[in-house]
Design a protein around this ligand. Structure first.
Ligand code: LLP
Length: 430
């Protein structure tokens, strides 16, 4: 990631992508070559970009007692988990499946936090047996059940309560989680009572407090407001005689999809730590759960133009990636930049297209009203596809999930093979 002075400027929102001699390169590899070798649709990730994103958090938290627990729901491919575990990360998990993924790459159980509103008893048992670092509890009922499960197994469960601070993260309603109307966390007005209750229950040991207000947050203000609410609560909970050892401040930091300007992770943490210091909480252990901001801009999806279909109202550019591969546009009307792998000639004719997939739904689009100079058979890259794309991919329309590559400088490694059709119906019977 150290471009030489002659390296052309990186693309917006993709610090590791640039055109060289008219070819889109990821780190030092021409992407068209990777598409030719491995087929499309194809996810490609930059190792350097992931580590650079992590380094911003590590800089921001340097000198503090802090642990970055990567929220693997953003991208749970084993090679990505392994990379982040080796770089010192713990993990934020939300299911027994994610727990097994973390263990499969050798994660230390003590560096795992278990979030989610609906943990089953079986999942609680698994997590207790391996000794996860903390359960982030989201309701009074969950406290009671975890107490029962832990006591029955002879365990003591370390817990924090996820408080809902009623702060507007000013993001898409589906990914805003810290408002009263959201299903997440315990309302901050009820949090003290929940902590008092937790302290009376056998099999539980209060260790921290937790808060996560949403995702794709592009301003500091909601974080600063939420931090104030959390610190007010820590003061009240400790005054009630319940010590709080760590503050888990969740994830949620946004990335640049379309000119978005979220604060850099280190600058955000400078502001948050200044607040913690000013209020006397600077020495408290800090956990964070970033997902998207570690991997989102480190990945792209390569796709081939199958057909161009001019229409009276719309022109369609039909590509071989679809909503099953990249569900974010269909789910949230999310914007992902789309660029050609071969730079168009200066005099090429540009047409406005809706870029759509082959799936039989009008909601199957990847980009709307995009100005592109493309021809049938050409390759495109959908940017900012490292987070919540492969991890949310499905087999709708009996489409095998794409392959994934991890690029490191001049080499690329297959980290997930393209699914085969027999993979798709292995569990079925007639
Ligand atoms: N911690 C908790 C408890 C969470 O619920 C989430 C995300 C994270 C951490 C990580 O948040 P991040 O740093 O990635 O924003 N599928 C949606 C995003 C859903 C986020 C769910 N929770 C999307 O594609 O935009």
């Amino acid at each position: 990631m150290n471009p030489s002075p002659s390296t052309p400027a990186p693309l917006p929102g993709a610090p590791f992508l640039h055109y060289q001699d008219g070819q889109l390169m990821l780190e030092q590899l021409p992407l068209a070559e990777l598409a030719r070798q491995h087929g499309t649709p194809l996810f490609v990730y930059s190792k350097a970009a992931i580590l650079a994103a992590l380094a911003a958090y590590q800089r921001g938290l340097a000198g503090r007692q802090a642990l970055v627990c990567y929220a693997m729901k953003a991208n749970s491919s084993l090679a990505i988990l392994k990379l982040l575990a080796e770089a010192g990360c713990g993990f934020d998990i939300v299911s027994a499946g994610e727990l097994e993924r973390a263990l499969a790459v050798g994660a230390e159980p003590g560096k795992i936090v278990f979030s989610g509103v609906g943990k089953t008893r079986a999942e609680m048992r698994c997590a207790l047996e391996v000794g996860v670092g903390c359960f982030n509890i989201e309701s009074q009922a969950e406290l009671d059940v975890l107490s029962e499960v832990a006591t029955a197994g002879g365990h003591v469960a370390p817990i924090s309560i996820r408080v809902n601070p009623n702060v507007d993260a000013r993001t898409h309603p589906y990914i805003s989680t810290g408002l009263k109307g959201n299903k997440f966390g315990i309302a901050h007005e009820q949090a003290l009572a929940a902590y008092r209750h937790a302290a009376t229950l056998p099999g539980l040991r209060v260790t921290g407090i937790d808060c996560h207000i949403g995702s794709q947050i592009t301003e500091s203000t909601p974080y600063l407001e939420a931090m104030d609410r959390v610190l007010d609560l820590v003061t009240a909970i400790e005054a009630a005689g319940i010590p709080i050892q760590h503050i888990d401040f969740g994830g949620g930091l946004g990335i640049d999809y379309n000119g978005d300007t979220p604060p850099a992770a280190d600058l955000l943490w400078q502001q948050l730590l200044a607040k913690m210091d000013a209020r006397g909480f600077g020495k408290r252990r800090i956990l964070i759960e970033p997902g998207r901001s570690l991997v989102g801009n480190a990945g792209i999806c390569l796709t081939e133009v199958l057909f161009l279909k001019p229409g009276e109202q719309k022109n369609f550019c039909i590509v071989d990636a679809a909503m099953n591969d990249l569900p974010r546009p269909a789910l949230y009307e999310a914007f992902h930049r789309i660029v050609p792998l071969a730079e168009a000639a200066a005099d090429a004719v540009t047409t406005t297209y809706d870029v759509v997939g082959p799936v039989c739904e009008s909601g199957d689009w990847l980009g709307r009203d995009r100005a592109l100079a493309v021809r049938q058979g050409e390759l495109l890259a959908v940017l900012s596809a490292g987070a919540y794309c492969m991890s949310m991919a499905s087999n709708y329309n009996t489409r095998p999930r794409a392959a994934e590559l991890l690029v490191d400088g001049t080499s690329a490694r297959v980290i997930r093979q393209r699914e085969t059709l027999p993979d798709l119906w292995r569990a079925e019977s007639v």
